[in-house]
Design a protein around this ligand. Structure first.
Ligand code: ZN
Length: 352
């Protein structure tokens, strides 16, 4: 197969785009990324693990292979003493993504993110950040990506800088913001206002990713729908956030007394994980609101992506293995080869 022959815009205007993110969390859970620094060294150390997850997400219904360069920027590489591997890591991540996109007919997206270096009051930090985006987006452009995702942005100024660099390279831009407990970016611009300005500055898609689960991101998405006319993206974390705990960092687990630091974020969030049906319902809600770009962020796994794809009427390859409880030994309705055995199994169902 070859990569998608249809552009991001073509897909947005027709069947929509599903984009699996959340690589850092899923590969941490699998033992390939260190929690804390969260640097994607796995791209060089275990490329087969990265491609494996790319393939699982594509098989489940992701239309996009997102190059795993999240936190693969100069500031993070310096933090782990591997600045000399910055360029090899980025180029390898792009190569891995393109190879899998070619296998599945997907779009390929480059990826930049919050740098944790931006300061609204420090012009030097802003020049540094621009240089970081220039190098990462430059490598992505050279690799031939279809578009760039700028995500998990905490500052309007930083986000606008990323968008400028993306547009200077002539690439489509999907720009998503972090909505923290107070959905105001850290330089004082409310996320809705920031999204309006980003649309005016040329973003092809604006929206929200990370931080909030489906239950607490949706009201902001509804507000956003009223505020902008371009396409909107929504990629929640797949955790059960609520009004009291609107973000995954704020979740508390009273049932467990052995979590280091007493905070489930980021390594003990398992009991809060949304099930696939919740993500399917979220996908339907988004479709009804007119959204045509959705996905998952931290916590997201292939079963969530499959449920979202199916909720949008797709038939992903993994749909072949969608549940069929009618053939379950105890809860099903289809008989086994022996009717006596079937009767006996069913009789036990109520005891399970
Ligand atoms: Zn996330």
């Amino acid at each position: 197969m070859t990569r998608s022959t249809r552009s991001l815009q073509d897909r947005l205007d027709a069947e929509g785009v599903i984009c699996a993110e959340g690589y850092l969390f899923e590969l941490e859970r699998r033992g390939y990324v260190q929690a804390g620094p969260f640097v994607p060294e796995v791209v060089l150390d275990h490329p087969e693990a990265v491609q494996g997850l790319h393939r699982e997400f594509a098989h489940a219904g992701s239309d996009v292979i997102l190059a795993f360069t999240y936190y693969g920027h100069r500031e993070k590489m310096r933090l782990v003493g591997k600045e000399h591997l910055l360029e090899p890591l980025n180029r390898e991540a792009l190569k891995l993504a393109i190879e899998v996109a070619e296998e599945f007919g997907c779009l390929v997206a480059g990826n930049v993110c919050n740098t944790n270096h931006w300061s609204p009051d420090d012009p030097q930090s802003q020049r540094d950040v621009r240089a970081m985006y220039e190098e990462q987006i430059g490598w992505a452009a050279e690799a031939g990506v279809d578009y760039i995702v700028s995500e998990t942005n905490d500052y309007y100024g930083e986000t606008a800088t990323a968008l400028e660099v993306i547009k200077a390279h002539g690439l489509p831009a999907v720009v998503t913001l972090s909505a923290h407990r107070d959905p105001t970016l850290w330089d004082g611009v409310p996320v809705i206002e920031a999204a309006k300005r980003l649309e005016q500055a040329g973003a092809d898609v604006v929206g929200l990713n990370c931080m909030r689960g489906p239950a607490t991101i949706l009201s902001l998405v509804q507000e956003l729908r009223q505020a902008v006319s371009c396409h909107i993206a929504a990629l929640p974390v797949t955790y059960r956030t609520d009004a009291e705990h609107p973000t995954f960092q704020s979740l508390e687990d009273a049932a467990c007394g052995c979590i280091p630091g007493d905070r489930p974020f980021p390594t003990a969030l398992d009991p809060f994980t949304c099930n696939r049906y919740e993500l399917g319902a979220f996908a339907r809600d988004c479709w009804d609101l007119g959204l045509r770009y959705i996905g998952v962020c931290c916590g997201g796994a292939p079963h969530h992506v499959r449920a979202m794809a199916e909720a949008w009427g797709r038939q992903p390859a993994a749909g072949r293995y969608a549940p069929d409880m009618s053939r379950h030994a105890f809860f099903g309705t289809a008989g086994s080869s022996s009717s006596d055995t079937t009767e006996r199994n069913r009789a036990h169902a109520g005891e399970l």
